[in-house]
Design a protein around this ligand. Structure first.
Ligand SMILES: [Zn+2]
Length: 226
């Protein structure tokens, strides 16, 4: 499996907002790897919104390759559109053009995606595959650790806000089976600002970090290089 290990931890965080800076700093301190799902068409602080009195700002493209170095970039569609509401050509545009713009900005090939709003069906999955996407995250959390059977519509283990997080994590840490096991955590870094709970991700990282039996990788390292 992964460097001879059969347990892996990976993260998936969406939308490319300012609070990713703090998340990247924390992940770097503990050696964890994340896949950041970005919208190339709405980058910049003018694309902002309020949540619970907290202003959430998207980041401009400048400096993003340096910020996210060591992590993975993936498609989250040009404008964060609900793909179920678009015709085939528009879905293709949202995926292909985001992929092309991010490949240009980050100077690398992009293979992953997360569906905006978790909205997808068989038609969207087919078009994503035709656009060269190899894995894409839904919002259907599995509360499990198995490798996805359908990488183009895979569910993470859970969101960081999930009340079951700590129980799931302890179950994962104590797992000693021979089948490969993945803990995939997802969310939005702005939720830590809105909920005032940055200690949650610190606690998650410190609980898993430094364990020799666990591989820490991006989504593509975990799902494609197994
Ligand atoms: Zn999103």
């Amino acid at each position: 499996m992964w460097n001879g290990k059969n347990k892996a931890v990976t993260l998936s965080y969406d939308d490319g907002v300012e609070s990713d800076r703090r998340l990247v700093e924390i992940l770097g301190r503990y050696g964890l790897k994340c896949t950041f799902n970005l919208n190339s068409g709405i980058m910049g602080p003018e694309s902002c919104w309020e949540d619970n009195g907290v202003t959430i700002r998207r980041m401009s493209p400048e400096g993003l390759p340096e910020l996210y170095r060591g992590h993975e970039i993936a498609v989250h569609c040009v404008t964060h559109a609900n793909l179920l509401k678009l015709d085939d050509d528009s879905v293709r545009h949202e995926i292909m053009d985001d992929k092309a713009a991010l490949e240009e900005l980050f100077g690398c090939q992009i293979q992953g995606m997360a569906y905006p709003y978790g909205a997808y069906d068989q038609r969207i999955v087919r078009i994503a595959g035709e656009c060269g996407i190899r894995f894409s995250r839904t919002c259907n959390d599995t509360h499990g650790f198995r490798l996805p059977e359908e990488p183009l519509a895979f569910g993470a283990t859970c969101r960081h806000q999930d009340p079951a997080l700590w129980e799931l994590l302890e179950r994962f840490l104590s797992y000693e089976g021979s089948e490969p096991a993945v803990f995939c955590l997802w969310g939005h870094s702005y939720e830590f600002d809105v909920n005032g709970n940055w200690d949650l991700i610190e606690r998650f990282c410190s609980r898993v970090a430094g364990r020799e039996e666990i591989f820490f990788g991006t989504n593509s390292q975990v799902f494609l290089e197994k």
